[in-house]
Write a protein that binds this ligand. Structure first.
Ligand SMILES: Cc1cc2nc3c(=O)[nH]c(=O)nc-3n(C[C@H](O)[C@H](O)[C@H](O)COP(=O)(O)OP(=O)(O)OC[C@H]3O[C@@H](n4cnc5c(N)ncnc54)[C@H](O)[C@@H]3O)c2cc1C
Length: 368
């Protein structure tokens, strides 16, 4: 049993409980608190630091490469695609308005996409025309062949540049968001898993481990790939992403964030190292998992990609390997909605949640 001290403090009733302290949970809490300063908000996170995608990603501050935008428009139509691109673009602006660049190591070094066939180039003008209303520039994407040699890229026929994209430090962004939450008097329970949720007519009881529960008025599920535990009906497919980070490389020429093969491969410089991730499309089924592991097959595949495409003819040592878990669906649109009288969800952020989460927070604040 809990003591009166616990029940009247840490486990007291709150107005809003958010499950999950990744980017979505934190931005959602901030948006709600800014709209309703009087609401008490508790974020419950099962790990000692958020463990899912937010601190396991590549730190791209991006809103969509040319081929991704084309592929999305073919799949979901232009309206939905442009809506998503707009959210991401505005999300990145919001991050920059909340935090100074050095606080989150934000660098506007440009986003690039490597193409090995001419097809997408034929749609360049059309896509630029459509994105103009969002980005405010005539040419969001343009061909920049000279940089292929400048960056020392191998096996690359065409290079498309998007000067509006950059990179950041995901760990530092998360810490800044936590700082903001503490300033707003948002409370946390870390290392605490939500086991179950029982919704009654007047309140919800959130069951934690060890005979402990907390009541609240409303719950927001921000658990991304882990959401199926509570949201069985939604289409949420876990998608593991594996990453390698090299040792420092002398005279590294490459600077910026890079996409290849509709975003299935992504790499960037992190100081004078290369961070490379992806290749999920080589082994889709194995990577449909929430297990935080790396596989020999994909790690070798990434190392080969590094040697063939990014740093041809160089012997590079790997410093770190890790994986993170994304949430995908048949479409890239996130699921942000009310699921019952007192429950809401903001999940399935796919591969560009850094930029999406700030705007999703605003959507939830409008909804509750
Ligand atoms: C390898 C990889 C690379 C990526 N690269 C980029 C990139 O460069 N740029 C970009 O924009 N996006 C990238 N993404 C995607 C982006 O990181 C995600 O879209 C975003 O972080 C999702 O945030 P989230 O808060 O919704 O989910 P998460 O960060 O996964 O947070 C969910 C949290 O919920 C907690 N939780 C789950 N269940 C429970 C429970 N029962 N009780 C309590 N807590 C619980 C988890 O512990 C976790 O901390 C990448 C993702 C991966 C995996």
């Amino acid at each position: 049993m809990n003591s009166i001290w616990e029940l009247e403090t840490f486990y007291r009733k709150r107005e809003v409980i958010i499950i999950g302290a990744g980017f979505t949970g934190l931005w959602t809490a901030i948006s709600i608190k800014e709209k309703y300063p009087e609401k008490s908000i508790l974020i419950i996170e099962r790990n000692s630091v958020p463990l899912g995608a937010s601190m396991r990603n590549a730190g791209f501050a991006c809103f969509g490469s040319l081929t991704e935008v084309i592929a999305d428009a073919e799949k979901m139509g232009w309206d939905k695609t442009l809506q998503l691109v707009k959210m991401r673009f505005e999300g990145l602006k919001k991050i920059q308005s909340y935090f100074k660049n050095p606080e989150i190591d934000f660098e506007l070094n440009g986003g690039y996409e490597i193409l090995n066939n001419e097809g997408p180039l034929q749609k360049l003008d059309e896509v630029n025309q459509k994105l103009k209303i969002i980005t405010g520039v005539e040419k969001t994407y343009f061909l920049h062949q000279q940089k292929i040699t400048e960056f020392g890229l191998g096996k690359s026929e065409f290079l498309i540049e998007n000067p509006l994209e950059g990179s950041l430090h995901s760990g530092k962004l998360l810490q800044q968001l936590l700082k903001k939450c503490y300033e707003l008097k948002i409370e946390f329970l870390f290392g605490t898993e939500v086991e179950s949720v029982a919704e009654g007519p007047n309140e919800i009881e959130v069951q934690l481990a060890r005979d402990t529960s907390i009541c609240c008025q409303q719950i927001i599920h921000c658990t991304n790939a882990f959401a199926p535990k509570f949201l069985e009906k939604e289409e949420i497919i876990p998608a593991r992403g594996q990453i390698i980070l090299t040792e420092p490389i002398e005279n590294l020429k490459l600077k910026g964030t890079f996409h290849y093969d509709e975003g299935f491969y992504y790499f960037r410089n992190l100081g004078n190292r290369i961070l490379l991730g992806g290749g999920r499309n080589q082994d889709f089924k194995t990577e449909e998992t929430t297990a935080f592991e790396t596989t020999v097959f994909l790690q070798n595949h990434l190392e080969n990609f590094l040697k063939e495409v990014i740093l041809p003819n160089q012997n590079i040592e790997i410093y770190l390997r890790w994986s993170g878990i994304m949430a995908m669906g048949s479409e890239k649109t996130p699921i942000v909605k009310q699921i019952s009288d007192r429950q809401f969800c903001a999940v399935r952020l796919s591969g560009m949640g850094v930029a999406l989460a700030p705007k999703i927070g605003e959507m939830v604040a409008e909804m509750i």
